[in-house]
Design a protein around this ligand. Structure first.
Ligand code: GDP
Length: 369
């Protein structure tokens, strides 16, 4: 204790091991005064919130505390990983407090996407997950799309209360909070934020003029997301930054697609039809016959089929198979958490096998687009 010391800003025990964990201080910064953790340093000097992550159990304990407050909860989810980043059971933890669902990264969808339809889709999916929301707002925190709607909704539903911001990692929570810190004062005097937000151990409090605060909760780590399972170097390759370029494949049954070496898609059975792939363009798609797939993978994983590299693949869990029966009629997506989705365009049904690292959430859903 004596040696590690604690942060003069938030009181957290300091550590020099992990940048992602609370209390991190670079070795070289231990001599600066006051001695504050990297997060407090960044907030104080750059007005910038940094993400600290914690595991699910710790997070649920924190969430539980919200139920006892009278506040507005903003749940931010990543449109690209909707089912992977939605906090299931959020309702139980936040009690009667209203939840405003902010869906981030809409900039990734093709320009022609129908936003009203998308909103309906989000509302329906959230409801199916047992999440009651006072409203749904679509935005891009990074590209500043729809942010005025976020601020409007925040003002409308806050009603003089604190605001808790919760979300999984990499959904863009920091980007959103930073934008709030920067932009709020210009939009509404009542909601001006202080330049020196106070912090507590697990939460960053950004004071508002009326004595209330926006409280940035740590990002929750869900091991069922591909983004949590890939080594750090691969993360950048699979997090989409630009508008998704859908790839269309006309496939006969018993054909296979590899998405780098991160997933394999087998069209096992069904009439010839087209499939639209929504993935980051950093990932190469390779097509082959199902009969050839095992051999191709054994010979070319981490090389022709990349990313990840061979060494990176060895750090990941082995593949497991998910068999999905796509029903006749409606339009469906095969969703792979953190990686993207494949829209099944035919309406005559299909049998599909997905191979992906064990633990990654794979499911069939109504088409997003
Ligand atoms: P946090 O972990 O939730 O705090 O997420 P960050 O704010 O650090 O963002 C995670 C990643 O998502 C970064 O690579 C951001 O550049 C990216 N990101 C954040 N907001 C958006 C957005 O609106 N659109 C897109 N395409 N990417 C975003």
């Amino acid at each position: 204790q004596e040696e590690a010391g604690s942060c003069a800003g938030c009181g957290v025990t300091l550590q020099t091991e992990s940048q992602q964990k609370p209390g991190y201080i670079p070795e070289a910064a231990k001599s600066r005064t006051p001695v504050i953790c990297q997060r407090c340093f960044r907030i104080k000097n750059y007005n910038e919130a940094a993400t600290v992550t914690i595991d699910q159990n710790e997070f649920l304990k924190l969430l539980g505390g919200i139920a006892a407050t009278d506040s507005l909860v903003i749940h931010i989810v990543d449109l690209f990983d909707f089912e992977g980043s939605l906090i299931s059971g959020l309702q139980r933890f936040v009690g009667n407090n209203p939840v405003l669902l902010v869906v981030n990264k809409v900039d990734l969808l093709p320009k022609a996407t129908n936003m009203n339809r998308l909103r309906n889709w989000v509302q329906k999916q959230a409801k199916a997950q047992g999440l009651r929301t006072v409203d749904v707002v679509l935005c891009s925190a990074k590209r500043n799309i729809g942010f005025d709607h976020v601020v409007e909704a925040l003002e409308r539903y806050r009603k003089g209360r604190d605001v808790y911001v919760v979300g999984a990692t990499n959904v863009g929570k920091s980007t959103l909070i930073n934008r709030l810190i920067r932009d709020y004062s210009d939009l509404d005097n009542e909601l001006t934020t202080s330049r020196y937000p106070g912090t507590t151990l697990d939460e960053v409090r950004i004071p508002l003029d009326d004595g209330k605060a926006i409280i940035d909760m740590p990002g929750i780590v869900y091991p069922h997301r591909m983004t949590e399972l890939v080594p750090k170097q691969v993360l950048q390759a699979i997090l989409p930054e630009k508008i998704l370029k859908p790839l269309v494949f006309q496939l006969n049954e018993r054909q296979t697609l590899f998405f780098g070496s991160l997933a394999r898609f087998d069209f096992v059975e069904g009439e010839r039809q087209s499939f639209t792939i929504y993935l980051t363009d950093g990932l190469k798609v390779h097509r082959t016959k199902l009969e050839r797939a095992d051999e191709l993978y054994a010979e070319h994983r981490g090389e022709l089929l990349a990313p990840p590299s061979k060494a990176e693949l060895d750090e990941m869990p082995a593949w497991t198979r998910h068999s999905l029966r796509v029903p006749r009629g409606s339009s469906n997506d095969v969703f792979i958490s953190g990686l993207g989705w494949i829209q099944v365009n035919g309406t005559s049904g299909a049998l599909i096998d997905i191979y992906v690292a064990k633990g990654v959430k794979v499911l069939l859903r109504d088409s997003l687009i």
